[in-house]
Write a protein that binds this ligand. Structure first.
Ligand code: MLT
Length: 406
């Protein structure tokens, strides 16, 4: 029989959101008439903006014509999209990133999960606790987790973020090779200020670490002092890779498109001491294992950067952020302690009394038909919390909040 990758046996039985979906499906089967309000996985509900839809229709027409047909595209993404990103998301903000430092992918999750392919197997990673489970699970799969002890893997450095430290990850007491940071944060919904992020960039420069910076939720930032890109911090280009997604910015969760920025000046070290460009290695990895996001999705993403596209996507983001405001206010009026929801579509909710995350999940589902994501699924420090998303419709959001009022 074939040998398996034993590291998979060190993972929890199922991926967090699959487990939530399984429990919801089971509940629905047992209570077929019950209305379910989904505030669990961060999936959007609003249709794609007209600019993206029109561009994708026209891209479909291209595929129907012999002269405009596109087969395999460049593995790194089409120049038309890479150039728009460089212009709007970076040089427009005073950041010097070239199109060839941008790699188009099918979303941040895959690139975040795949990036460590080009890094040493025996390196040490640091993550916050709670954390987006993809960072931990993919490192465990790659053999970096070591033994699983309780909720933690002994090979991983966990940085607790909680109410006491204002959800700001503390610097580690031993040096990791790689640090995952997510701001605005999934799951806590909080965001790092310029000064807080600068401390991390300075630390990474001092200690020779690499930061994998997930800014999938940057479109939701409303606070002036919260950077949209890690490259707004001086010196970050030498220590950070940035992951972005059109999923939350423009509702592409089903269409699939995102991008990863690997600056040319970013270097790693080979076993013999040679300095190697991470941009070169990522390019090598992508050319071999990836055939590019589809032409149609990339045309849709390009349209986000037109004037109408910008206006239309902003409208949708504001719609969700109004949901977030309604939720924050209703939840605190109902006596709940919350974080997030100001620069992010996520609200991090303390469970009442000493109820566990999964007990509160079960209570909300069985009593009100509301689906959240148990905080403990994001890490031990998330126990006693539940994450709600503002991605539902206004009607469903208002209904859920009215059900939660005492
Ligand atoms: C979440 O709910 O945490 C996200 O939707 C998951 C993801 O983006 O993969």
């Amino acid at each position: 029989m074939v040998r398996i990758n034993d590291n998979y046996l060190r993972l929890p039985e199922s991926y967090l959101f699959s487990e939530v979906a399984r429990r919801v499906a089971e509940f629905q089967k047992a209570h077929p008439g019950k209305e379910i309000i989904r505030m669990g996985i961060g999936d959007v509900t609003r249709p794609l903006c007209k600019a993206a839809i029109d561009a994708m229709h026209s891209a479909v027409d291209d595929e129907a014509s012999a002269s405009a047909f596109h087969g395999y595209g460049p593995e790194q993404g089409y120049a038309f999209l890479r150039e728009k990103i460089a212009l709007h998301d970076y040089s427009g903000r005073g950041i010097d990133i070239d199109a060839d430092e941008i790699f188009i992918g099918d979303g941040a999750k895959s690139d975040l999960g795949n990036f460590t392919d080009i890094l040493a197997t025996d390196m040490t990673v640091a993550v916050t606790d709670p954390v987006y489970p993809v960072y931990v699970d993919t490192n465990v799969m790659a053999g970096r987790g070591g033994e699983r002890i309780g909720e933690h893997h002994e090979g991983i450095i966990y940085l607790p973020v909680n109410k006491q430290n204002g959800y700001v990850p503390p610097l580690p007491d031993r040096r990791p090779d790689v640090i995952y940071l997510c701001s605005p944060n999934n799951p806590t919904g909080t965001a790092l200020t310029r000064q807080q992020l600068k401390e991390w960039v300075d630390y990474a420069r001092r200690e020779g670490c690499l930061i994998l910076f997930d800014s999938a939720y940057e479109a939701y930032i409303h606070t002036a002092d919260v950077p949209h890109s890690i490259y707004e911090i001086e010196g970050a280009k030498e220590v950070a890779v940035e992951f972005r997604s059109f999923s939350k910015t423009a509702g592409f969760t089903g269409v699939r498109c995102g991008y990863t920025v690997v600056p040319r000046c970013l270097k790693g070290r080979a076993a013999d001491g040679e300095e190697v460009s991470l941009n070169r290695l990522w390019n090598r990895r992508q050319s071999t294992k990836f055939n590019g996001a589809s032409y149609i999705s990339q045309r849709g993403a390009e349209a986000i950067y037109t004037e109408e596209g910008q206006r239309q996507t902003k409208e949708t983001v504001e719609y969700y952020m109004e949901n977030a405001r309604i939720m924050r206010e209703a939840l605190s009026a109902a006596g709940y302690e919350t974080a997030g929801g100001v620069d992010s579509p996520y609200i991090w909710l303390k469970t009442p009394g000493r109820m566990s995350s999964w007990d509160f999940f079960d209570f909300l589902l069985s009593t009100h038909g509301i689906v959240g994501t148990p905080g403990s699924g994001f890490g031990a420090e998330g126990e006693g919390y539940l994450r709600l998303t503002a991605f539902n419709t206004r009607e469903a959001t208002l209904k859920a909040m009215s059900l939660l009022l005492p």
